[in-house]
Design a protein around this ligand. Structure first.
Ligand SMILES: Cc1cc2nc3c(=O)[nH]c(=O)nc-3n(C[C@H](O)[C@H](O)[C@H](O)COP(=O)(O)OP(=O)(O)OC[C@H]3O[C@@H](n4cnc5c(N)ncnc54)[C@H](O)[C@@H]3O)c2cc1C
Length: 578
C-alpha cells in the first residue's frame, strides 16, 4: 500500500539549494518539497561565514577576479564556463536575497558589508579581498529562514520528515520518487514531471567532521544504485579549523577577521607554505600544512596532535560581535576562551566537491559524454556542476546553492510545463516495500553502530588529507568487508512510528556506497590535485589528469570509471602559488 501524490515538480531536500529551487519552481508550477528534516534544520542553517559576490561594496572587486580565484582554488579542475555563470550571477543572487529581507551586516553607509575569506583575492592574487557577504556568523541560518518564508508565501507544499528511498525511472525518463513517512512508516509515491535532488553532503563517512548527523549521501546513493554515474568523488574537502577531537567548525571568518594559525613553537607556519596570503590560503593547502606540521612533531598539546587558532590579537569587540557563535563553541566544548588563549583545532571533513553530475541548468548527466536524464535535476552540495573542481573556496557553496538552486528551479518548471506526466506502473512501490521488509526480517548479531565506527575511523586514517596506494587499497578492502557485514545486519526495532533505527540503518548503507565511490576514484587518480593529495604521487599532472572522473556501478556490482575533459577557458593551468 502506498499513498499516491501528483505534482508538476518535486524537490528532495529543503536546504538552501532545495528551497531556492522550490521558490522558483513554485512561482511557475505546482511544486512539492520532500525532506527528511524540518526545512530549517537543514545543514545550510549551520553555515557561518558568508556568501561571496563581487559587489565591491568595501573594496574594488570584479566578477572576473572572483572567477579567477575560483578556478585557481579548484586547482584548475573546475569547468570554467560554469564558474563564469556562478560568479556573474553572484551579485544578483545576493541582491535578490536582500530584497527578500535577509538581514545582512551593513557598512556604516548602509551597504551590505563584506569580509575576507580564504583564496579570494584582488586582481588575480595580489592580496586578500573583502568579498564575503554575511549576517554575523549565522549566514546560512538567515538564508534558510528567508527562503522558507518565501516558499510558504508562494504556496510550495512541504512534506517534512519524509525519507526518500528511490527514484522512479521509466524509459530512462525520471517520473517521480518513493518516500517513507518517518512518523507513520507508510510509503508515498510522488508521481511528477520533474524531480530535483538537493540532499546535501556526506561528511559522516569520516570520524572528524563538521557535518550534521544527517549528511549521509542519500541522494547520490540512490543515483549510484540506479547505475548512474557520480562525478569527481575523490575530491573531499577538509576544513583547517575544526575543534580538536570534535570536528565542530570554527569558520574561516575567524582568519578573515585576523586570527592566525600557530604550531607548538608559536610559529605562524603558513608564512612558509603560502608567503603572500598566509593563513588565508585555500583550505586544501592549509589543511595539508597542518597535517605536515603535526607529522613533523610541531603539533601543540601533550600529544603534539593539534594546531592553535590564535584570536588574541583580534579586537575583542570584533570577536564578540562578528564571531559570536564560534567563540561560544570554543568556550562550551573545549573550555577555552579565545580572547585569552589559542583554540586547539585540526582539519575536519567538511565538503563534498563530487556528486551527481549536472550541467549549468542543473540537468543530471547520464554519462561522461554529457547526455542528460530527462526530467531529473540536482543542485547544491549533492551535485557536481563542476564549479569547485578539486577544492572549493570558502563562501562559494552558499553561492552555488543559491545560483544553481535557482537555475534548477526555473529549468524543472519549464520542463514540467512542456511535458506530459509520464505513465508509471501501479505497483511501482512494491520493490521498495519488499526491501524495507527484508531489513526488518530475521535476527542478526551484526552491529550497524560498529560498522559505522570502523568506516569512520578507517576513512579518517587512510583516505582523508593524505593518501597512498597502500592506504587506499587497505581501506577499500575494509569497505568490502563492512559491506558484507552490513548486508547481514538487521533492524531490531520493528515499530512503524518514528523508527529512527531503520532510517539510520539505510543511511549507513549510503555512506558505505559513498566511501566506496570515493576510494575507488582516489586510487585511480595517480596525481595530487586540490583536496586529493597522494604522498606517492605528489605532483599535479595536467597531461594525464586534467579530467573529471565519472564512477558508476554495473549491475554485477563492479565499479566502472570513465573520464570527461575539463572545460577550460580564459585561465591556462599554471602552478598554484599563494
Ligand atoms: C558547519 C558548516 C559551516 C558552513 N559554512 C559555510 C559558509 O559560511 N559559507 C559557505 O558557502 N558554505 C558553508 N558551508 C557549506 C554549505 O553550508 C553547504 O554546502 C550547503 O549549505 C549545502 O546546502 P544544500 O542545500 O545542498 O544541502 P543541506 O542544507 O545539507 O540540505 C539537505 C537537505 O536534504 C534533505 N535530505 C537529505 N537526504 C534526504 C532523503 N533521503 N530524503 C529526504 N530528504 C533528504 C535534508 O532533509 C535537507 O533538507 C558550511 C557547512 C557546514 C557543515
Amino acid at each position: 500500500m502506498a499513498h499516491i501524490h501528483h505534482y508538476d515538480a518535486v524537490i528532495v531536500g529543503a536546504g538552501g539549494a532545495g528551497l531556492m529551487a522550490a521558490l522558483e519552481s513554485g512561482k511557475r508550477v505546482r511544486t512539492a518539497v520532500v525532506s527528511k528534516l524540518y526545512p530549517t534544520r537543514s545543514h545550510t542553517g549551520a553555515a557561518q561565514g558568508g556568501m561571496c559576490a563581487a559587489l565591491a561594496n568595501v573594496e574594488d572587486d570584479s566578477w572576473e577576479w572572483h572567477a579567477f580565484d575560483t578556478v585557481k582554488g579548484s586547482d584548475f579542475l573546475a569547468d570554467q564556463d560554469a564558474v563564469d555563470v556562478m560568479c556573474k550571477e553572484a551579485v544578483d543572487s545576493v541582491l535578490q536575497l536582500e530584497r527578500m529581507g535577509l538581514p545582512f551586516n551593513r557598512t556604516p553607509e548602509g551597504k551590505i558589508d563584506q569580509r575576507r575569506f580564504g583564496g579570494h583575492t584582488r586582481n588575480h592574487g595580489e592580496a586578500p579581498v573583502k568579498r564575503a557577504c554575511y549576517a554575523a556568523d549565522r549566514t546560512g541560518h538567515m538564508i534558510l529562514q528567508t527562503l522558507y518564508q518565501q516558499c510558504n508565501k508562494f504556496g510550495v507544499e512541504f512534506y517534512n520528515e519524509f525519507f526518500v528511498l528511490d527514484l522512479i525511472m521509466g524509459d530512462d525518463v525520471c517520473s517521480g520518487i518513493i518516500a517513507y513517512e518517518i512518523a507513520t512508516g507508510e510509503l508515498h509515491v510522488f508521481h511528477a514531471k520533474s524531480v530535483l535532488f538537493a540532499t546535501g553532503g556526506y561528511g559522516k563517512m569520516f570520524k572528524i567532521t563538521s557535518n550534521a548527523h544527517t549528511l549521509t549521501g542519500d541522494g547520490p546513493g540512490v543515483v549510484y544504485r540506479k547505475g548512474l554515474p557520480l562525478e569527481d568523488m575523490e575530491f573531499f574537502q577538509f576544513h583547517p579549523t575544526g575543534l580538536y577531537r570534535l570536528g565542530i567548525l570554527l569558520s574561516e571568518a575567524a582568519r578573515g577577521e585576523g586570527a592566525i594559525l600557530r604550531n607548538a613553537d608559536g610559529e605562524r607556519f603558513m608564512e612558509r607554505y603560502a608567503p603572500t596570503i598566509k593563513d588565508l590560503a585555500p583550505r586544501d593547502m592549509v589543511s595539508r600544512a597542518e597535517f605536515f606540521e603535526i607529522k613533523e612533531g610541531r603539533g601543540a598539546g601533550p600529544d603534539k596532535d593539534y594546531i592553535l587558532l590564535d584570536l588574541t590579537d583580534v579586537d575583542p569587540e570584533v570577536v564578540e560581535t562578528k564571531l559570536p557563535d564560534i567563540t561560544e563553541f570554543a568556550r562550551t566544548y573545549l573550555g577555552v576562551d579565545p580572547l585569552k588563549e589559542g583554540v586547539p583545532i585540526v582539519p575536519t571533513a567538511h565538503y563534498a566537491m563530487g556528486g551527481i553530475p549536472t550541467n549549468v541548468d542543473a540537468e543530471v548527466l547520464r554519462d561522461h559524454t554529457g547526455a542528460i536524464v530527462p526530467g531529473f535535476y540536482a543542485a547544491g552540495e549533492c551535485a557536481c556542476v563542476s564549479v569547485h573542481g578539486a577544492n572549493r573556496l570558502g563562501t562559494n557553496s552558499l553561492l552555488d546553492i543559491v545560483v544553481f538552486g535557482r537555475r534548477g528551479g526555473v529549468a524543472m518548471a519549464e520542463y514540467a510545463s512542456t511535458n506530459p506526466l509520464p505513465d508509471i506502473p501501479d505497483d511501482v512501490h512494491v520493490h521498495t516495500e519488499e526491501w524495507l521488509r527484508s531489513l526488518t526480517e530475521g535476527e542478526s548479531e551484526e552491529s550497524p553502530h560498529e560498522i559505522h565506527t570502523i568506516l569512520q575511523d578507517e576513512m579518517m586514517d587512510k583516505a582523508s588529507v593524505l593518501r597512498t596506494e597502500e592506504s587506499l587499497l587497505d581501506v577499500l578492502e575494509t569497505i568490502g568487508k563492512l559491506r558484507e557485514r552490513y548486508g547481514r545486519a538487521r533492524v531490531k526495532d520493528r515499530s512503524k512510528v518514528f523508527n529512527t533505527e531503520l532510517v539510520e540503518h539505510i543511511e549507513l548503507g549510503y555512506l558505505i556506497d559513498m566511501a566506496e565511490a570515493l576510494v575507488v576514484s582516489a586510487r585511480a587518480r595517480t596525481e595530487s590535485r586540490g583536496g586529493h593529495y597522494r604522498e606517492d604521487h605528489q605532483l599535479r599532472e595536467d597531461d594525464h589528469w586534467l579530467k573529471h572522473s565519472f564512477i558508476s556501478k554495473a549491475a554485477t556490482g563492479e565499479t566502472v570509471l570513465n573520464y570527461k575533459d575539463v572545460t577550460l577557458g580564459r585561465y591556462e593551468p599554471v602552478e598554484r602559488k599563494y
